[in-house]
Design a protein around this ligand. Structure first.
Ligand code: NAP
Length: 248
């Protein structure tokens, strides 16, 4: 049975965990062939297997994304597996929080390497081929704390603020060729990555109208919407999926 994303292929970085995995589930359920990427191969193989058991088509590629070479190599491998990539979801990210005075230069560089440099060169490798075919969708995962100042989250927020601007720049660069570039900006969301935050996540979420953290599935649904044709007139948008936190 043909479904909304039948015949499309998607690469999801961070696809072995949290928001990325939920996004892979959502895209596969809509019929896309999905390529999940991450460092932890055991979790990745398991996530791909679950999608296959649910009737989807999924592959896992192990990749440590931290520079141009690693990003371009993943894009080439993913293209080799599926023939082409129609949808790119940049969900891999790291979010070490802490005081500015305690941040090391290595930590600073790591955050920008994973959160900015890797998406940048994945887009550099994949978007031109999408543009040449005349269609494609790229969704970056940013954060609500790219929109306002939060103590201890400045480095992380700054890296995602760079991704917000890149989202709009890429919309201008690739949109005229049929490639839609958008972002989803989550609020506090329960994932493996935030599990250690415990009640601090609830406190962070309490300020928004929803008054609770989101689930990875709620964020994945927003990403899947932007990936599909229902979002055909949406370019360069930053869609908050944050329980309303930045609205109030
Ligand atoms: P998560 O469960 O910790 O997942 C993070 C993913 O990034 C994992 O799949 C991880 O793969 C991958 N990753 C990290 N470093 C990598 C590297 N060097 N190379 C390749 N992959 C790497 O976190 P999450 O909560 O789902 O977060 C996903 C995205 O949402 C991130 O960009 C995050 O900033 C953003 N976000 C999350 C929240 C939230 O509250 N959860 C809120 C706003 C925005 P491995 O585990 O295999 O390393």
């Amino acid at each position: 049975m043909a479904t909304e994303l039948s015949g499309r292929t998607a690469l999801i970085t961070g696809g072995n965990s949290g928001i990325g995995r939920a996004t892979a589930d959502a895209l596969a359920a809509l019929g896309a062939t999905v390529v999940l990427a991450g460092r932890d191969a055991a979790r990745g193989e398991q996530a791909a297997r679950r999608i296959e058991e649910a009737g989807g088509t999924a592959y896992f590629l192990s990749a440590d994304l931290h520079d141009e070479a690693s990003a371009r190599a993943l894009a080439v491998r993913a293209t080799g597996v599926t023939g082409q990539i129609d949808i790119l979801v940049n969900s891999a990210g790291i979010f070490p929080f802490g005081p500015t005075e305690k941040t090391t230069e290595d930590a600073f560089d790591d955050v920008f390497a994973v959160n900015v440099k890797a998406p940048y060169f994945l887009v550099a490798e994949l978007a031109p081929a999408m543009a040449a075919r005349g269609h494609g969708a790229i969704i970056n995962v940013t954060t609500m704390v790219a929109e306002f100042g939060a103590s201890g989250m400045g480095l992380y927020g700054a890296s995602k603020a760079a991704l917000v601007l890149l989202t709009k720049s890429w919309a201008a660069e690739f949109g005229p060729s049929g490639v839609r570039v958008n972002a989803v900006s989550p609020g506090p969301t329960r994932t493996e990555g935030t599990a250690a935050m415990g009640e601090a996540l609830d406190q962070l979420a309490a300020a928004g109208p929803a008054g609770r953290p989101g689930s990875a599935e709620e964020i994945g649904a927003a990403i899947a919407f932007l990936a599909g044709d229902a979002a055909s007139f949406i370019h360069g948008a930053i869609l908050p999926a944050d329980g309303g936190r930045i609205a109030v």
